[in-house]
Design a protein around this ligand. Sequence first.
Ligand SMILES: [Zn+2]
Length: 84
Amino acid sequence: MPMKKCRDFCEQFSDYLEGEISIEECRQIEEHLAACSTCSVIYKSLKTAIEVSKLALEDKISDEVRDRLKTLLRQHCKDQECQP
Ligand SMILES: [Zn+2]
């Protein structure tokens, strides 16, 4: 299996937070978050943003919010390599 980069993990964070990924992917993300401080910071801000928007929208993340978060993540993750 090819090594995933930070960018690949960032792309999956929103799915991860919504429980829309497999157990295997979930495990990989958790391992990466434990090892990579860059991603764990990004993950925490995404988690907060999603929790806030869930409260505001009563349990559903709108496509607009989701798109905005993904754009944000891509900017953060641009050119980032994993730095365990
Ligand atoms: Zn990373």
